[in-house]
Design a protein around this ligand. Structure first.
Ligand code: UTP
Length: 297
């Protein structure tokens, strides 16, 4: 059972884009979605769905594409498996499997062609309608105690505007992110003035990188419609947010802790180790193994 935070906010829908090709994760992502890669024993996308539910958002649209059927199967009932677990007397596991199918009200739409994150988000227009919503990327797993999404949702309601998750990274790392020019407003909140997608360290307006959580106003759909293909020939969400800045304010919620990057192989390994060490059932034995292993040449 996922515990919901008691913070009230106005956002009702989350969009999880999962239609990318996952080239940084080949060959693992060749025949299965990278969002289904397990961190310890849970696929990355389940952490993201649980984070939405924990923050009171149970209407979730997943943007999928060809070869992503396992995503839908994961959040559906598996009667054969349930019968087997029942017969085997594995009641705790059975309850856990059933709970996955009841986590949230999950909808799916296919992107058709992976034309970029901005294009993927535009697929959500009809489902989201004329309300603000949150975009959550499976490349970033937020710790359940991080409070990042809760802080963003509260900031959206205070300012009635889009809010991006921002974290300071090193100059070498900024080229993997969208970089923002921003001025400080209040604790953890900045006003965004400009964005550049994956800049060189010289081009970057700052070392504040956009992480994979966005609370967006419905104005983003018009902005995406006007966005030309950018870096990599893709319709970039960062470019659309830059256009949005021309018509409405955009804020950034800054944080330092609580994010696990799982978008590339090395960071995925780091996240797996961190999450495994935190587990009551696996952590102590895994720590002992790591200590023994690292003391050997
Ligand atoms: P990434 O930039 O990580 O894209 O997109 P990717 O193509 O999956 O991965 P790499 O870079 O080739 O390894 C961030 C998120 O946006 C989704 C991806 O599934 C990922 O969760 N996405 C990206 C789409 O849904 N559609 C797209 O056209 C592009």
């Amino acid at each position: 059972m996922i515990e919901q935070s008691d913070v009230a906010h106005s956002i009702q829908k989350a969009v999880i884009p999962a239609a990318g090709l996952g080239t940084r994760f080949l060959p693992a992502a060749k025949a299965q979605p990278k969002e289904m890669l397990a961190l310890v024993d849970k696929p990355a996308i389940q952490y993201v769905v649980e984070e939405a539910v924990q923050n009171g958002i149970t209407d979730i649209l997943i943007i999928t594409g060809r070869g992503k059927e396992s995503l839908e199967n994961h959040f559906d009932r598996s009667l054969e498996l349930e019968h087997h677990l029942e017969r085997a007397g594995k009641h705790e596991l059975l309850a856990e499997m059933r709970a996955i199918a009841q986590l949230a009200d999950i909808h799916y739409i296919r992107q058709g062609e992976p034309r970029g994150l901005g294009h993927a988000v535009s697929m959500a227009h009809q489902h989201v309608g004329d309300q603000s919503f949150v975009v959550m990327l499976g490349d970033d797993i937020m710790h359940e105690k991080s409070g990042i999404l809760a802080g963003m949702l509260a900031a959206h309601d205070r300012h009635r505007a889009s809010v991006l998750a921002l974290k300071k990274v090193t100059p070498a790392e900024i080229s993997s992110y969208g970089s923002v020019a921003a001025t400080d407003l209040e604790e953890s909140l900045v006003r965004v003035h400009d964005l550049v997608e994956k800049p060189t360290p010289e081009e970057a307006p700052s070392n504040l990188g956009v992480m994979g959580r966005y609370v967006l106003t419905p104005g983003i759909f018009e902005a995406i419609a006007q966005t030309k293909p950018g870096r990599g020939g893709e319709i970039q969400l960062t470019d659309a947010i830059k256009l949005l800045l021309g018509t409405e304010p955009v804020y950034g919620f800054t944080f330092t802790e609580g994010r696990f990057d799982v978008g590339n192989k090395l960071d995925y390994l780091r996240a797996t180790v961190e999450l495994a060490l935190e587990r009551d059932d696996l952590g102590p034995a895994f720590r002992a193994f790591l200590e023994a292993r690292l003391s050997r040449p």
